[in-house]
Ligand binder design. Sequence first.
Ligand SMILES: Cc1cc2nc3c(=O)[nH]c(=O)nc-3n(C[C@H](O)[C@H](O)[C@H](O)COP(=O)(O)OP(=O)(O)OC[C@H]3O[C@@H](n4cnc5c(N)ncnc54)[C@H](O)[C@@H]3O)c2cc1C
Length: 583
Amino acid sequence: ASIISGNPLDASNRTFDYVIVGGGLTGLTLASRLSENANTTVLVIEAGGDNRKDARVYNVANSGQFYGSNLDWSWPVDYGKTTNGGKTLGGGSSINGAFWTRGAAAQYDAWSGLLTSDEQSLGWNWDNLYTYIKKAEHYHPPTTANQQLGADGITSMHGVDGPVHVSFPQAMVDGPQHPAFIAAIHNLTGITHCRDLNGGDPNCVAFVPSSINPEDSFHRSSSAMSYLTPVETTRPNWLTLVNSTVSKLVWNPDGSGTVASVEFLYLSNSANVYRANVRKEVIMAAGSINTPAILQRSGVGDSAHLSSLGISTVLDLPTVGKNLQEQMLVRVMFGSKGYQLNGRAWDNLLAFPNFSQLFGANAATAATKINSSLDTWADSQKGNALSKAALKTIYQSQADIMLKGTVPVLEIIYSNGFGAHSPVFWGLLPFSRGSVKITTTNPFSKPNVTNNFFSVPFDLEVQAQAGRLLRKLFKTAPLSNLTTSEYMPGLSSVPDPNGDGGSVDAWSQWLKSSFSSNSHALGTCSMMRKELGGVVDGHLRVYGSKNLRVTDASIMPTQISGHMMSTLYGIAEKLADMIKAGQ
Ligand SMILES: Cc1cc2nc3c(=O)[nH]c(=O)nc-3n(C[C@H](O)[C@H](O)[C@H](O)COP(=O)(O)OP(=O)(O)OC[C@H]3O[C@@H](n4cnc5c(N)ncnc54)[C@H](O)[C@@H]3O)c2cc1C
């Protein structure tokens, strides 16, 4: 029998050792590892359905089709934008762009520095987390055909016997544009072309693999396909309930900070309320937007906010939902000439310039600006942090990373979409901080999500600088030989009278109306010491609770210079080992 059920009565009034809220990327990873012990019972409650074989999910090339559909949470955010998220088994891993990268080693090491000195030995650093990232991964090196089209890889940078398949597409896009992009960005910024950027130093330009499975006709390897499907009929101790929305956690009335049961509703029917009981622990895995919302509905958050909604405070943690960090995605377009597009897949060519490569001759001035502005920025963003002082400490750690090493501050994805050169890019490390706040106790109403895009104006300056860089890039040989004119933004929108790429002001004006939310939200239940505004400790346990942890992207205290998926698999793998070891 399958361990996936659409019947709420299968879980109602039953008791499980572990109840995991959300069957997305981290939730299914953790459930799969915990249920390896046949004596441990695990319940996963997932709001979305089981769409593993839906073509919008299964075929990565179709992934754009999920936008705005029943598979998309589609949270409205500030500036009239939308943050997307997978509402389906596998969560984001079932609908995302499948780019497989990780951040820079220094960024993970900095997470340890945000914990108490006692917790620094818990291994929230690159060396330790990298072993868990690799544990999740089943890497397939590029084929000869992939290599002929520019793909490369260093197998020792990857895991080779984990559940998540990682490989290059079977039919990569062909043509001279890729080598021309690599050569031109090197000529312009000095960034090097590396064989593989998955080893902790992503400051280069390279082809990156995808979470697709060559043993399954190159279909998507989501957390559902990799951690659940293979054991679906052999783990009677693991129940995954789909189409069921967790409304709140129910606390043991003894005041000990112990969750007794998890309350959920079936489909969109709020008439019947079900409860599943918890023997050991509840682990939140509903993602960066919904985990803080569920915690707030459960009395965990800022007591003033909770009492305004008539919710009694169980754990007064004012930063639940704060510290939200989201990036701005922007596309530019340039006409192409001199090549025919061949191949059926997508471009996997990424560049990760560092601070001096982005700012060029202006780097020293920009660095001075950062160092002299942290105090002002912390003051302006303190409403979305514990305090100005706490945020300034976090900013200092972020600024050190940006300015002292070679950590990338920008991501560019080369693309051939729309019959043109159509790269997208985003500043990786925003200083702006946003928040997630429920506005009602109704579990079906979406929380108020405010990213506060470019409320620290420097975030917009980074984007503007990137726009200027891209404009110059397509005028740099050899890419210039394959480029006609600029379609977007175009010189009428962003003039370039001096031939230096245009002014930061002109770019900023255009960017404000042209960006999208990058759907890389994190930080809303950050893993930090409590004095910095942490919501969970180094064991990912919610401060003040006995048996409540968080494993999803909300615990990441800062952005990383890479896509989030492989890091999140590593986080869930690490937590599984901590729980199994009784930590
Ligand atoms: C459009 C898009 C493109 C992306 N592209 C990439 C990429 O190319 N590479 C990469 O590495 N990363 C990418 N990401 C990021 C990555 O997919 C996410 O960061 C990751 O999935 C987050 O994992 P998570 O476990 O925190 O949450 P999720 O994977 O989002 O899982 C949360 C789960 O909880 C469920 N849930 C939420 N609320 C409730 C509730 N009340 N009751 C029950 N269940 C609930 C959700 O339905 C979902 O299944 C992308 C993300 C998006 C949205």
